[in-house]
Design a protein around this ligand. Sequence first.
Ligand code: MG
Length: 266
Amino acid sequence: MMHIKTQLEMHEYRATAGELSKRALRLAGSLAKPGVSTKSIDLAVEAFIRQNAAKPGFKGYGGFPASICASVNDEVVHGIPSPGVILKSGDILSVDVGANKAGWAGDNAWTFYVGEVAPEVKGLCECTRDCLKAAIEAAVPGNRLGDVGYAVQSLAENNGYGVVRDYTGHGVGHVMHEDPNVPNYGKKGRGVLLQVGMMIAIEPMLTLGTSQTHVRENGWTVVTDDGLPAAHFENTIGITKDGPVVLTQDEKGAWCSMQGGGEAKA
Ligand code: MG
């Protein structure tokens, strides 16, 4: 079911769950350094969220066992943090995190460079981030979800990257997943009409090789079939009469540094 929000509700979302989710994401990025385990990042982020009168939205969601998704290299999404996964220079770490606060469900994601990352992998990450920007710009009232998906797909494929189709963005509100689904592919002028008051999470997932994926035996972690890297960026936005507004942002804005370990602790 699709819920239309008021301007005031969007403002509330941004001031509570949206802002805290971005701060949690920045904290995760600041910790993404060689020698650090993904579980230690998960624990630090969970503590931070709880210290701010909120709950980690992912913990227990559908049975997910942690507060962040930590997906390394060929892991696309839903990676489970582990003390045995130690980051090393050259890795990329995609962190997806949501804080639930004041009745709202935050959701945002970013891919961070761990140490020195190869230029071709940086290119993948930069293009995925640019796809997110392009998709947000296309999310204006009167456009359709096909225009948003087209923005991602065309930019990605023109640059030679794969677009993961098995997972999509989604409506966001009092719960993390509402209608509609927001695919990262599409045709201009097709699909659900974008209306003032919609809140959606846009989350392109691009791959260096094949866009085909499968789920590991743990039942969660999505990996590329060919073992090549994938990148994932996500913001939750609100559609207003003046255009799209990113709601997962803090005093530093809606975008994070991509270099892990490069920001002061949140
Ligand atoms: Mg999401």
